[in-house]
Write a protein that binds this ligand. Structure first.
Ligand code: KG4
Ligand code: ZN
Length: 342
């Protein structure tokens, strides 16, 4: 009998739930984004996020169950993100998961959000004819993390590189703010970059002999360039804002893409892995996906963009493999806003 897991994700500003069969087959994936709510503030406001999760949780759960063609009572376990993330946001999802697991008498499985991003690839692997097997090189690039991990087996990770300052997604969001674009910044930067001629360039922070990243210098370089060219903080007379924003956004995107793809491919070779796995909101970026595939001699597993950004299905997929290992979580589990991986 196939194992059915409901995954719940509320670590930031998406209220999300999904149902997955045997860790690989997606039955439903419902995501209620709060982007419009936070957009006027240029970033996520934690208390606003928690309270919106409280409103959206039950409708999202009902929709996830309805879309899957199953009832909550058909689930074998409930998986939920318990960290890392915003404490108030995490609490809403964890409490909902506890209530369902308790009332149905089924296991609760606390999932690390970063590990969930990696397991989005198991949903994508259904399309892959030849599963490369372990070890894998994993990139988790999101609003709060830019981690390179060696995955030696299910649930076994070594952190081999991370950002020393801003996360890649955070850098995209800050760059978008400098350029007067909307929130979240990543999709906006990607959108306006299309059609750029590439006649502007920004520096790359290589941090030689290390798998670590740094993005804050790039953000400062962009800020200085925007000031010098007369588009920040106010637009100077006679400046073609549309063209400059397009070129600077593209220059920023190329700088991030170049460093991240080079470091990931380098790390994969050093650790003699069998394949590469991408996860996290930034890996929805079309240029980053294209560049890693182009540079890697090994198979690259990339979930569709909707499974790269936060979702409940990835939590269910990860929860399945924990369930198989008997990793049930105690009912008195607390949230862990700073939970590490590896
Ligand atoms: O994984 P995620 O949905 O939430 C966190 O766990 O943080 O990642 C959100 C981040 C945001 O910073 C957003 O700007 C970025 O992912 N992002 C992108 C793209 N789509 C989302 N960055 C670059 N290009 C994109 N297409
Ligand atoms: Zn995430």
């Amino acid at each position: 009998m196939a194992i059915k897991i409901l995954g719940i994700e509320t670590s930031c500003d998406e209220t999300a739930a999904g149902v997955v069969l045997d860790g690989r087959t997606l039955l439903s994936n419902v995501i209620s984004s709060q982007a419009d709510l936070h957009s006027p503030h240029g970033g996520v406001v934690p208390e606003v996020a928690s309270r919106q999760h409280v409103r959206d949780m039950v409708p999202v759960l009902e929709q996830a169950a309805a879309d899957s063609g199953l009832g909550l009572e058909d689930m074998d376990a409930i998986a939920v993100t318990y960290g890392p993330g915003l404490a108030g946001s995490l609490i809403t999802g964890v409490n909902a998961a506890k209530a369902i697991a308790y009332s149905l008498g089924i296991p609760l499985i606390g999932v690390n959000h970063l590990e969930g991003h990696i397991y989005a690839s198991w949903l994508a692997k259904a399309d892959l004819e030849n599963d490369p097997g372990f070890p894998l090189a994993c990139l988790v690039a999101s609003g709060g993390h830019t981690d390179l991990l060696l995955m030696e087996g299910h649930g076994r990770y070594k952190l081999v590189g991370h950002t020393r300052d801003d996360a890649a997604g955070e850098a995209f969001d800050k760059a978008a703010r400098i350029l007067g674009l909307g929130f979240p910044g990543g999709p906006e930067i990607q959108r306006v970059s299309e059609g750029a001629t590439g006649d502007e360039t920004l520096p790359r922070a290589w941090i030689r002999d290390s798998h670590d990243f740094s993005f804050s210098g790039l953000k400062t370089a962009l800020l200085h360039m925007a000031q010098d060219r007369g588009i920040y903080p106010t637009l100077e007379d006679g400046v073609d804002q549309t063209k400059l924003v397009r070129e600077l956004a593209a220059a920023f995107q190329e700088s991030v893409v170049d460093v991240v793809s080079a470091k990931m491919v380098e790390m994969a070779a050093k650790y003699r892995v069998k394949g590469l796995v991408l996860g996290g909101g930034v890996t929805a970026n079309a240029r980053l996906r294209e560049e890693i595939v182009k540079r890697s001699p090994l198979p690259v597993i990339i979930p569709p963009p909707v499974l790269c950004t936060d979702n409940g299905a990835m939590i269910a997929a990860c929860g399945y493999f924990m369930y198989q290992r008997g990793e049930e979580t105690a009912m008195d589990i607390d949230v862990e806003p700073g939970l590490p991986l590896g």
